[in-house]
Write a protein that binds this ligand. Structure first.
Ligand code: ADP
Ligand code: ZN
Length: 437
């Protein structure tokens, strides 16, 4: 169902007019309420009245994660503390977490946008929906929670941890929908298998997965193990939290809630905007946010945009899946490597489970890449000293495939099922020892 057809199905022209109006208001608001932006705009000789259409966005300065860190904790906040009703922090995947304050209006917009996502996945008031993102400073838990309540489905605030109890609840309550990280979804599937809960015992039909990059292969894996349809949910705390974009029933890229978050793609080196279809760094400007509005925030997430009409009827710009973060990209012996490339190779080989860890090191001035990966139980069974030979062949097979995709050689180390550490929130896929030394 389309939750808000007025906004989700606006003509492109109407949308751009609305975005232009909101951008003007936003620039005026930050000019008068955030000294950081006032100084930046003054330095560029820009006054709020110079911004009248959405195309004028290109005149505005960028904001980086470093700016947020430099102004920690509340330096970029526009609303007075008396108007702030909630504070979250980013996970801090890549360093010091950033702090975000929300006004009542912001929480309302967040809930509305999250409800649009859930509706697009097909969640209805009859669903029992479990939120298994972490509740707390992380935006995942409460963000998804408010959306489910707003839609009117029954929310089960499972959070992370207590996985066995959660699996039993999924079974006993007949839970039909779930939101969590894709890796936690697999962990739940493993836990259910361990507990002897079968697919016929559960009624999950919809999954809203995000907070970390995942591949099509991972989608198939989750869908077949949990018996549900897996949808992408994207967001980041600096801009709002989960709700920024979502897949519809077409499952072909994610619709952006563009009336609130204006997307651009830039070349991260030259900072020049790139046309639709070209891959680069995703940049968002908040168009309605009161607590901590941001102009042209550089997400470091890499993807491309399309404004082609979607058969679902929504007219919003869609973003492709995130290939990785620009700061996730590893440069190994001068070659760019994304963990997602390794994941695709691993999951296209039936003997491997989607559990892996990349260990990068530098030995005698030469970068090395080791890929640790779990072998699926059915292929590992009996892997004792007598039967190591097949495993060795498996190692070689993966090394060959990796070499052809990555253009550099990697050393594969096979691991027994269940031996790579599980995460309940965002997974850690890389250990770069070059930075530790
Ligand atoms: P942190 O940047 O500290 O991890 P957040 O907890 O706000 O902070 O996480 C936001 C980031 O998580 C995004 O910028 C993106 O890199 C990643 N992310 C969120 N949803 C998705 C998704 N559906 N696909 C890929 N990456 C995602
Ligand atoms: Zn669509």
């Amino acid at each position: 169902m389309i939750w808000n057809p007025d906004k989700e199905c606006m003509s492109r022209e109407e949308m751009r007019t609305l975005q232009g109006k909101r951008l003007h208001k936003m620039v005026d608001y930050v000019y008068h309420n955030v000294p950081f932006y006032r100084h930046k705009l003054q330095a560029l000789g820009i006054l709020p009245d110079d911004i009248t259409t959405i195309d004028d966005i290109r005149k505005l300065p960028f904001t980086t994660k470093q700016d947020l860190r430099d102004n920690y904790p509340f330096g970029l906040q526009a609303a007075p503390m008396s108007e702030i009703i909630r504070v979250h922090a980013s996970t801090g995947t890549t360093g010091k977490p950033t702090i975000v304050g929300y006004t009542r209006h912001d929480i309302g917009v967040w809930s509305e946008c999250m409800t649009r996502c859930l509706s697009a996945y097909g969640v209805t008031r009859d669903d029992i929906f479990s939120v298994a993102y972490g509740y707390g400073l992380f935006t995942g838990g409460l963000g998804a929670h408010y959306g489910v309540e707003n839609l009117g489905a029954a929310v089960v605030p499972a959070s992370t941890g207590n996985s066995e109890k959660h699996c039993r609840l999924i079974c006993d309550l007949g839970i039909t929908g779930i939101a969590c990280t894709p890796s936690y979804a697999l962990y739940l599937a493993e836990t259910m298998e361990r507990l002897g809960i079968k697919r016929e015992d559960i009624h999950l039909r919809i999954g809203a997965f995000g907070a970390e990059p995942w591949t099509e292969n991972m989608r198939h894996e989750i869908e077949s193990r949990l018996g549900l349809k897996a949808y992408n949910l994207y967001g980041l705390s600096e801009i709002m939290g989960p709700c920024v974009s979502y897949e519809c029933s077409e499952q072909h890229y994610s619709h952006i809630n563009e009336d609130h978050f204006f997307p651009e793609i830039i070349n991260p080196d030259t900072l020049k905007p790139l046309p639709m279809g070209e891959t680069g760094e995703l940049v968002f400007t908040t168009l309605t946010k009161e607590g901590m509005p941001l102009l042209r925030y550089r997400t470091k997430d890499l993807c491309s945009l399309t404004d082609e009409p979607c058969p679902c009827g929504r007219t919003s710009v869609r973003m492709t899946p995130i290939v990785g973060r620009s700061d996730d990209m590893l440069i190994i012996r001068g070659i760019n490597v994304f963990p997602s490339q390794v994941e695709s190779v691993i999951l296209s080989t039936e003997e491997f489970a989607p559990r892996y860890l990349l260990v990068v090191d530098r030995v005698n001035n030469l970068d090395t890449l080791q890929v640790q990966v779990e072998v699926r139980p059915e292929y590992f069974r009996g892997a004792d000293f007598d039967t190591l030979a097949p495993l060795e062949a498996l190692e070689k097979k993966l090394e060959k495939k990796l070499k052809s995709v990555l253009s550099i050689s990697a050393k594969v180390q096979l691991k027994a099922p269940g031996t790579i550490e599980r995460s309940q929130g965002k997974s850690k896929f890389v250990i770069d020892k070059r930075h530790i030394k």
